[in-house]
Design a protein around this ligand. Structure first.
Ligand code: HEM
Ligand code: HEM
Length: 161
């Protein structure tokens, strides 16, 4: 795959847009859960906040697919200087897992809600819980690079090259 010097402006914008929308889906999830359980009891509790959860979730799916296309076409910069092959592999695997999460979480939610598939609700929640841990590690890794190794990694997701 191609290895450009850095991430493009579009890649950076999409990274932070999706991170923000993931936060929005997290804070709107209680309302979505309430709407989901109300349906089980034959009631309707689908309000504006649940609507935000669905709309923002669909947007994440669309942006993630766009991101994947850009990444496959343009590529991503090589691991920062001094990174061991093991750590470079760990970073690549983490990024692949995060792509999987950005696509599979909303897909499972859509199948649960619009298809009425209860088990997919469980899958949706479990995938999210695992992803929360992965994002935690991802942010921790970025912080270690930035403030312990001091290799300016955070800037790669800030300044386009
Ligand atoms: C990446 C996007 C999304 C994220 C991060 C996300 C996150 C979450 C979270 C954190 C919960 C609550 C989990 C819990 O309390 O244990 C939840 C519940 C739910 N979400 Fe999403 N969601 C996303 C997209 C969607 C989409 C597009 C739909 C489609 C309508 C959807 C439908 C649901 C439903 C039906 C529930 C309740 C499931 C249950 O209680 O079993 N979500 N979501
Ligand atoms: C405050 C939160 C976050 C910080 C500080 C952060 C930081 C970074 C940094 C510095 C990179 C560049 C790594 C490199 O060049 O090797 C990166 C890449 C990446 N991040 Fe994050 N990130 C955050 C949240 C997220 C979230 C929520 C997701 C998705 C669930 C995500 C998915 C990715 C992916 C897939 C890449 C690989 C590059 C790409 O294809 O866009 N990040 N992140």
């Amino acid at each position: 795959m191609a290895s450009p010097e850095g991430y493009s402006r579009l890649q950076i914008a999409l990274h932070w847009a999706v991170a923000g929308l993931m936060g929005l889906n997290f804070v709107s999830s209680d309302a979505m859960k309430a709407a989901w359980w109300a349906v089980e009891k034959g009631r309707d509790a689908f309000g504006n906040v649940a609507m935000v959860h669905v709309a923002s979730g669909i947007l994440i799916l669309v942006l993630a697919l766009l991101r994947l296309a850009v990444r496959l076409g343009r590529g991503a910069p090589a691991a920062s200087a001094g990174t061991s092959p093991m750590m470079a592999l760990a970073a690549r695997s983490m990024h692949a897992a995060l792509y999987g999460a950005m696509i599979l979480i909303p897909l499972a939610g859509l199948v649960a809600w619009f298809g009425g598939v209860r088990a997919m609700g469980e899958v949706h929640e479990t995938l999210f819980a695992v992803t929360l841990g992965l994002v935690g590690l991802h942010v921790l890794a970025a912080a270690v690079h930035q403030w312990v190794l001091r290799d300016g990694l955070l800037l790669r997701m800030w300044r386009a090259r």
